[in-house]
Design a protein around this ligand. Structure first.
Ligand code: TRP
Length: 363
């Protein structure tokens, strides 16, 4: 790490975020109750194996370590870059089914809720907006990227301000650990800046209200789609979903892109498509991708795909069986959400009360 006297600020670099993330992970294992994890997804569709290996397994693992965990479904955020809203409710319930099937166990310390149901959380938006400048919002690299990739020409204010709303999501419950991918780091940075400004301006002579949340980066590198050259995502049509059947999984893998070379080798630079399929097998079987390649050898891409189909269907068998049970029980899914809403609101009311008091607005 660079020393503190140089102008270069190591905290701003990705490598520094990775280092901090490792230290955080080690401390969580020792002091789980010192932390509150806040994590979430937009309800834009079903979860796929990229989510599963990249974030879902991590969430299950951390919640089982005894860390209080809030899983928020960011339904308002869907409106910032999607015109369609007809499936939000359905997608929300499907997300809950995916979480539970993967091993998330809702209870006193693990809660799941949509943020649109927590008015006291959303109300933090107004004071928080006064702590952020316009130029800060328009500089946000993730927002810029999203505007560009969605081809938006007429950008709504929700798009520029959703990172402030994300700060409300994190700070209303005093979340201090946020497991995210690299693209979300600018939002965590903004959340920290809002927490700092709020504490500085409104908490003079009293205890600070908000913690400084930290990002927890996933150890799994981002999973490529079945086309092998871009991130797995629903919109790119290159994903295998947790809800796919075993036969659908086999058919999708059959169509996966490989290359003309017969002998299977693990060479991520020159053979990214084959390497991706080998990595996926490795994630299921915990084997080294190069060893898997050596075993398949000259049996070629047909054998590679057969191995992946078997490994993935095996890995997801229990999850899918549980998923099918949960799908039949919509009342239970609603109950999980409504209990999550009750618990999240109780926390939000408490924080809003402290915030009102600090801002001298109590009557
Ligand atoms: N922006 C996140 C995404 O697109 C979703 C999200 C909303 C979120 N609020 C959050 C993630 C708070 C972590 C913490 O996936």
């Amino acid at each position: 790490m660079a020393d503190e006297n140089t102008e270069f600020d190591p905290n701003k670099t990705f490598e520094a975020a990775v280092e901090r993330s490792k230290a955080l992970e080690a401390d969580i294992a020792v002091n789980p109750k010192k932390y509150r994890v806040l994590t979430g997804d937009r309800p834009t569709g079903r979860l796929h194996i990229g989510h599963y290996f990249g974030s879902l397994q991590n969430r299950v693992r951390i919640s089982k370590m005894g860390v209080p965990t809030m899983i928020l479904i960011a339904d308002y955020q869907v409106l910032t870059d999607h015109d369609a809203f007809d499936k939000i409710s359905q997608n929300t319930k499907q997300l809950v089914i995916d979480y539970l099937a993967a091993g998330i166990e809702p209870g006193d310390d693990v809660i799941i809720y949509p943020h649109s149901y927590i008015p006291e959380c959303n109300q933090l938006m107004l004071p928080f907006m006064t702590l952020v400048s316009n130029s800060e919002l328009s500089r946000n690299p993730t927002v810029k990227e999203e505007i560009q990739s969605a081809g938006l020409t007429n950008v709504n204010a929700g798009m520029y301000t959703y990172p402030i709303h994300q700060a409300c999501d994190i700070l209303f419950c005093k979340g201090n650990v946020v497991p995210v991918g690299k693209d979300q780091l600018p939002h965590i940075e903004l959340t920290r800046s809002i927490a700092k400004s709020f504490n500085k301006k409104f908490c003079k002579g009293r205890d600070p209200i908000f913690p400084m949340p930290q990002a927890l980066l996933s150890k799994t590198p981002s999973i490529m789609g079945l086309d092998g050259n871009q991130k797995m995502s629903k919109s790119r049509n290159n994903a295998i979903f947790l809800c796919n059947t075993e036969d659908e999984t086999a058919a999708l893998i059959k169509k996966a892109k490989t290359d003309g070379e017969r002998v299977i080798t693990y060479d991520p630079v020159n053979r990214p498509e084959v390497a991706n399929l080998l990595s996926l097998i490795g994630l299921c079987t915990k084997e080294n991708p190069a060893d898997i390649a050596a075993r398949i050898g000259d049996r070629g891409s047909g054998e590679l795909k057969k191995c992946l189909t078997e490994a993935l269907n095996e890995e997801l068998r229990l999850l899918r069986a549980k998923r099918a049970e949960l799908e039949k029980n919509e009342d239970y899914i609603r109950k999980v959400l409504l209990e999550g809403v009750d618990k999240a609101r109780a926390i939000a009311c408490q924080t809003l009360d402290e915030v009102r008091e600090a801002m001298n607005m109590k009557i």
